[in-house]
Each structure stands twice: as structure tokens, then as C-alpha cells.
Design a protein around this ligand. Structure first.
Ligand code: UT7
Length: 323
């Protein structure tokens, strides 16, 4: 027993930050950003709070699944930083949607959604849940250094959710972690202790982009190869790949290193940039609602990010599809 995905939903802020507008903030230009990353625009939260976006994504996924909040047995939120240190973002979602089940957060950076799927699979295997809500949300605009052109052009805000029910559609899942704070790091940024002897650091993202790029291209191809083999399948059995939307060049390179045609890779990085753990489920929701995914399709989902972490899984699509 694993699970079936019963429904998906997403929520992104209304404000669209274009490459041209970014070019008025740091020394960059539309041409550089498009050719090096594939990103044309990203969403940035102005009015919307993290909790509001989580709740909107959750409610859309519940509606898509035909499941009520009261039916949920568990809520898992994957995020690097929720609205508060405590309560967890999962508990904030539970309160706002009117659920009565346990709720907690996990942090695996951009791989958070896949990690959350594996955590949920454990609850289904122990038969302690029948319906689980996963919400993946990251609001990177409040932890980006907006004076650093090598990172601020890459990220956007967003959230997405999936409702899981009992089923056998998780065919394989593979998680990795390689502790590395030199490649990607976001310090906490505040410490109220009068005793602490270290200097405070600003809570902004630091990234060695080229190192992450090399890691990502290898991780995506290797992760998919392993997950496909673990599922007892061939790469030719994959109908759709939902990759982490960090950089179109990473996706193109991974596709070249696999025997899966590039047209099968779903891409929306041009509209949202890298939304961290929301990236894969936003893409999954758009593929679901646009009718790209057909009942019975075999989907590979693959993410990588801070940690460094990776997560790859193979899922049989059970066909929700309603928009
Ligand atoms: O979820 C995981 C998170 N992270 C990632 O997935 C990031 C993975 N890495 C990447 O996507 C790429 O490494 C980047 C997009 C970050 C950088 O692309 P690149 O092709 O590796 O560029 P680069 O860092 O080698 O920089 C090339 C040049 C440099 O100038 P010089 O030294 O050649 O004169 C940079 O200073 O481009 C310059 N540059 C920029 N120019 C205009 C860096 N950022 C910008 C910018 N606009 N925004």
C-alpha cells in the first residue's frame, strides 16, 4: 500500500516581476536571464501572506480531489521558512482550512515535496491515514539578497498542494542528502541571546551557482535512471517528467543524458522562476489541470536543492484532471 494522488492545487502571488523591471534594480538584462536560465518573469508576494497562499493552494487541491478538510488524517507542509518559527506552517494551514488532524513541517529545501511524499508513504504503509494533504510553500523573496544579481534573478514565490488517498500509485522513490553548506546556505539571521558570542549574519541566500549547476544536472539524470530501474520500468515507459524548475539549461542537459524525449519534460520555469519546494507541485498542478496527464500515465518527478538534497519518484497518475 502506498497512495494515489487525488487532487492538486497551486497559489501564486498576483504581482509579476519581469526581467525588465529587475534590470532597473541590479545590473542585468532580459537577454542574459532568458538565455542563461529560461526565466522571463516570476511572482513576488506583496499583499499575500505565506499562510494565505498555502490555504489557497490547499483548498484548490481539496476541491480538485473532492475531499473535505475534515476528512484529512494528516497535513505535511514542506517549507524552508513558514510564517512563524512556531506554530508550524502545517498547523497554520490546519487552523485556517478547518481540519482536525495532526500537522507538521519538513524542510528539504527544493526537494521538499518529494521528501513529503515519502514521509506520507510511511503513514499509508502503517495504515494510520486514509487522506493526507501536502502543501509545499516557499517565499524566497524575503530571504533573497536583492543586490546580488547572481541569485535575485532566479527565484520567485509560490505554493502548491496535493491530496493523497489510499492506493498503489507510488512505484518508486529515491531521496538523497549530501551535507553541504558551501553550495547553498540561508542563515537564520537573528539571535536574541545576550550570551551568544558569534556575529549575527543577514538572513539572505548564498549560492555557488556553478557548483549547484553541476550537481543538479548529474542528480536529475542519475535520480531518474535509478527511480525508473527501482520501479522495474524502462525510461521509454515514462509519459511525463515533472522536473524541478530551476533553470531550463539544467532540464535540457538532464534530458540529453536520458533516453526520454525532451518534449516529455513539463516546463513552466519561464513564468515562475525557481519557487523552491513549490516548483515540482506547481508544475504537477499545471500539467494536471491542462489535461497533459492522462489516467494511467507514468510520471517521473525530480527535484534537487539546498542540503544538498535530491528527491525522485515514479508515480502512476490516477487521473483527476478537472480544472
Ligand atoms: O534549486 C536549486 C537552486 N539553484 C540552482 O539551481 C542554480 C544552479 N545554477 C545555475 O542555474 C547557473 O549556474 C546560474 C544561472 C546561477 C549562473 O549561470 P552561469 O551560466 O553558470 O553563469 P556564471 O555564474 O558562470 O556567470 C557568467 C557571467 C559572469 O560574468 P563574467 O565573470 O563572465 O564577466 C557573471 O558575473 O555572467 C555574470 N552574471 C550576470 N550577468 C548579467 C551573473 N549573474 C548575472 C545576471 N545578469 N543576473
Amino acid at each position: 500500500m502506498s497512495f494515489s494522488i487525488l487532487g492538486t492545487g497551486k497559489a501564486v502571488p498576483a504581482y509579476i516581476l519581469s526581467n525588465d523591471e529587475l534590470s532597473t534594480m541590479v545590473e542585468t538584462n532580459d537577454e542574459w536571464i532568458r538565455t542563461r536560465t529560461g526565466i522571463e518573469e516570476r511572482r513576488i508576494a506583496k499583499q499575500e501572506t505565506i499562510t494565505e497562499l498555502c490555504v489557497e493552494a490547499a483548498n484548490r487541491a481539496l476541491e480538485n480531489a473532492g475531499v473535505t478538510a475534515q476528512e484529512l488524517d494528516l497535513i505535511i507542509c514542506s517549507t524552508m521558512r513558514g510564517e512563524n518559527i512556531t506554530p508550524s506552517q502545517g498547523c497554520m494551514i490546519q487552523k485556517e482550512i478547518g481540519a482536525v488532524c495532526p500537522a507538521f513541517d519538513i524542510n528539504a529545501a527544493c526537494s521538499g515535496f518529494i521528501y513529503a511524499l515519502d514521509v506520507a508513504a510511511g503513514f499509508f504503509a502503517r495504515k494510520t491515514v486514509k487522506k493526507v494533504l501536502i502543501v509545499s510553500m516557499d517565499n524566497l523573496s524575503n530571504i533573497i539578497d536583492w543586490t546580488d544579481r547572481s541569485t535575485c534573478v532566479l527565484f520567485g514565490d509560490g505554493g502548491a498542494a496535493a491530496v493523497l488517498g489510499e492506493g498503489d500509485d507510488l512505484l518508486s522513490i529515491h531521496l538523497t542528502a549530501t551535507g553541504n553548506d558551501a553550495a547553498i546556505r540561508i542563515p537564520h539571521g537573528s539571535n536574541s541571546s545576550p550570551f551568544y558570542e558569534h556575529e549575527e549574519e543577514k538572513a539572505v541566500l548564498h549560492m555557488a551557482g556553478n557548483d549547484v549547476y553541476r550537481f543538479a544536472t548529474a542528480a536529475m539524470a542519475n535520480g531518474i535512471k535509478k527511480a525508473v530501474a527501482d520501479a522495474g520500468l524502462e525510461q521509454s515507459d515514462i509519459d511525463c517528467v515533472i522536473p524541478h524548475q530551476a533553470n531550463i539549461r539544467i532540464i535540457n542537459t538532464a534530458a540529453k543524458n536520458l533516453d526520454i524525449p525532451r518534449e516529455k519534460f513539463f516546463c513552466n520555469v519561464q513564468h515562475y522562476g525557481n519557487t523552491s519546494s513549490a516548483s515540482v507541485p506547481i508544475a504537477l498542478d499545471e500539467a494536471n489541470r491542462s489535461g497533459i496527464l492522462k489516467k494511467g500515465d507514468i510520471i517521473a518527478m525530480c527535484a534537487f536543492g539546498g542540503g544538498l538534497t535530491t528527491g525522485t519518484c515514479i508515480i502512476r497518475w490516477n487521473g483527476t484532471g478537472q480544472s
